[in-house]
Design a protein around this ligand. Structure first.
Ligand SMILES: C[S@@+](CC[C@H](N)C(=O)[O-])C[C@H]1O[C@@H](n2cnc3c(N)ncnc32)[C@H](O)[C@@H]1O
Length: 232
């Protein structure tokens, strides 16, 4: 697809996810997502879903996906991908109300973008759009990890909003009415997020061989699946 867009976080943009790091993250994130989304047709909301990096593969598997994103550019790209099972809403997710309750809400790499609410309020909002028993799958930055510490040491501007440690995410989920299903680690790589280094696959195999994904306390990113209680 020809991309005359200013939207960065696209699967075909070399400065977004079309690079070695982006492919590694997309592989891991999609595998985690598919492990926690039922194969039966689901109504999925993709909060901060961008140009459809996950809406498209979910729609291709038969799910109905509503992408809510604040960026018109992102949704323009998604419209060009034309999938009948994908609908879009260009809006601030936090200010929107939704008629239907969803089976699944996903928020991949978008949690730190929701800057005007606390983690607890964000999770409560997500809880309110899910049907009882519905699932919430998201990725989040880990404020306790070596990578976060390194960025802080180097004086880099760190994302400050809704970045917490694994137990803080668990606590916020519980307070919002979720039960944690699983948590996994991601991105044990000494490369920039958009790096195209040939060494990425090597580090990926080291991560896998040493089961670094299970070391949640230090894992730079976290993959999280939770469930809204089915009895209220
Ligand atoms: C890093 S991108 C991730 C996009 C997509 N989830 C993915 O993984 O490819 C974060 C996205 O969140 C969107 N976003 C930021 N604030 C938002 C808000 N308040 N409501 C809806 N979308 C928002 C941005 O426009 C952007 O598309």
């Amino acid at each position: 697809m020809n991309l005359p867009s200013t939207y960065l976080w696209d699967i075909e943009n070399p400065k977004g996810y079309a690079n070695a790091m982006g492919r590694y993250k997309t592989r891991r994130e999609l595998a985690f997502l598919l492990a926690h989304v039922s194969e039966a047709r689901q109504r999925v909301m993709d909060a901060g879903g961008g140009s459809g990096r996950f809406a498209m593969p979910l729609a291709e598997r038969g799910h109905d996906v509503t992408v809510v994103d604040i960026s018109q550019d992102a949704l323009r790209l998604l419209h060009r991908r034309k999938h009948p099972r994908v609908s879009t809403r260009c809006a601030d997710f936090l200010r929107q109300t939704f008629d239907n309750q969803f089976d699944v809400v996903i928020a991949i790499e978008s949690i730190p973008s929701f800057t005007s609410v606390t983690l607890e309020d964000l999770f409560a909002k997500i809880h309110s759009v899910l049907r009882p028993g519905g699932r919430f799958v998201f990725t989040a930055l880990n404020s306790r990890s070596w990578r976060h510490a390194l960025h802080t040491l180097r004086g880099r501007k760190c994302v400050r909003y809704n970045v917490a440690g694994p137990t803080d995410y668990q606590t916020a989920l519980r307070k919002a009415g979720f039960e944690l299903l699983s948590m996994d680690g991601l991105m044990w790589m000494p490369f920039a997020v958009t790096s195209n280094s040939r060494l990425v696959p090597l580090f990926e195999s080291i991560e896998r061989a040493l089961h670094l994904n299970r070391w949640l306390g230090q894992s730079p990113w976290l993959l999280v699946a939770a469930q809204r209680s089915s009895i209220e």
